[in-house]
Ligand binder design. Structure first.
Ligand code: TYM
Length: 335
């Protein structure tokens, strides 16, 4: 029990704004499962973040439940990891508001995700989209997380979280632990299969560029067969000159465990057709057991409900401890 208490803590989350992608699996979830034995882990469905962009209510609910089932299917045992839905722990909204008042307008204007999303949703640049990073900081700081395992695109958000925490601690003493991002060496930035200069994303207009975790094997194979490469006809890692091939090599490296040199040797003198088919097959094989298990778990609604209810209860215990401390520090009268 003593050991349990001393374990370092992890918090991370994914927005259930669509189906989980290969990017979110390789950039984040795969690492979560690997870390879950050594850390005290809190993983959430970040539903509050999704409404910064309009959602179809029934779809949001469906995606949230599917995401929870997928977390478990990816190896996150609910007995060992706290799995919860963000909106079930109101402390996130409460600390989010407090941190809004300790986050600077100028800082928020520099956020890449804000710039990207406001360009994509020009008719709905709402205040929530702008203050998204302070809610995300609240997610992390409520749990006094040591480590935040995310893909490369979220690094800037973990950095602003540290800045906000440092500012707050500077005024009130050591209230928040400063978290570190944990970003995988390979797989931190899975690129679109059709435009490898941009990130693989569920919001991408060209759906052929994005592979989903629960997608049918034949569709996955088709997308990999169509993946953009180059006219060089040589499987070689060179991110700048060969972004398409390098992206496929990264994916293949994570799915098979082979190094780039080994992959180059394996496909020396062979065409891209063979290579793309092999990458597709390796992804299908990696995802097959996860897909089967997700679909099995999804049929048991009562089990899923028991998991997220217990998760919210456990999460709230930790979250409210931090929130109460914050309220006291800033001068709110205790109820
Ligand atoms: P989200 O929902 O966009 O993505 C979830 C996770 O998947 C990673 N990811 C990728 N990694 C590699 N290549 C890709 N193409 C790719 N696409 C997505 C993301 O880096 C992320 O780790 N703001 C967060 C959600 C969030 C959160 C948090 C994360 C809310 N609160 C607190 C950590 C801690 C987001 O939008 O991720």
């Amino acid at each position: 029990m003593e050991n349990e208490v001393q374990k370092k803590r992890i918090l991370s989350g994914i927005q259930p704004s669509g189906d989980l992608t290969l990017g979110s699996y390789l950039g984040a979830i795969k690492n979560w499962a690997a870390l879950s034995n050594d850390y005290d882990c809190y993983y959430m469905m970040a539903d509050m973040h999704t409404i910064t962009v309009r959602q179809v209510p029934a779809e949001l609910r469906r995606h949230t439940m599917t995401q929870l089932a997928a977390y478990i299917a990816c190896g996150l045992n609910p007995e060992k990891n706290v799995l919860f839905i963000q909106s079930h722990v109101p402390a996130h909204a409460q600390l989010g508001w407090v941190l809004d008042c300790y986050t600077m307008f100028g800082e928020l204007t520099r956020m890449t995700q804000f710039k990207d999303k406001s360009a994509k949703n020009a008719d709905n640049i709402n205040a929530g989209l702008f203050t998204y990073p302070s809610l995300m900081a609240a997610d992390i700081l409520l749990y006094q997380a040591d480590l935040v395992p995310v893909g490369g695109d979220q690094k800037q958000h973990v950095e602003i979280c540290r800045d906000i925490a440092t500012r707050f601690n500077g005024i009130y003493g050591d209230v928040f632990k400063l978290p570190d991002p944990y970003i995988p060496k390979v797989g931190a930035r899975v690129m679109s299969l059709t435009s490898p200069e941009s990130k693989m994303s569920k919001s991408d207009k060209d759906q052929n560029g994005c592979v989903y975790m629960l997608e049918k094997p034949e569709d996955i194979l088709r997308k990999f067969k169509k993946a953009v490469t180059d006219s060089d006809a040589c499987v070689r890692y060179d991110l700048a000159a060969k972004p398409g091939v390098s992206n496929l090599m990264q994916i293949y490296s994570v799915t098979t465990g082979e190094s780039f040199e080994e992959i180059e040797r394996e496909f020396a003198g062979r065409g891209y057709g063979d290579f793309k088919a092999a990458v597709g097959e390796s992804v299908v094989e990696m995802l097959r057991p996860i897909q089967e298990e997700t679909n099995r778990i999804l049929t048991d609604k009562a089990y899923l409900q028991s998991v997220y209810r217990a998760g919210a209860e456990q999460a709230a215990k930790v979250a409210y401890k931090t929130l109460n401390k914050v309220y006291k520090k800033i001068g709110f009268v205790e109820r």
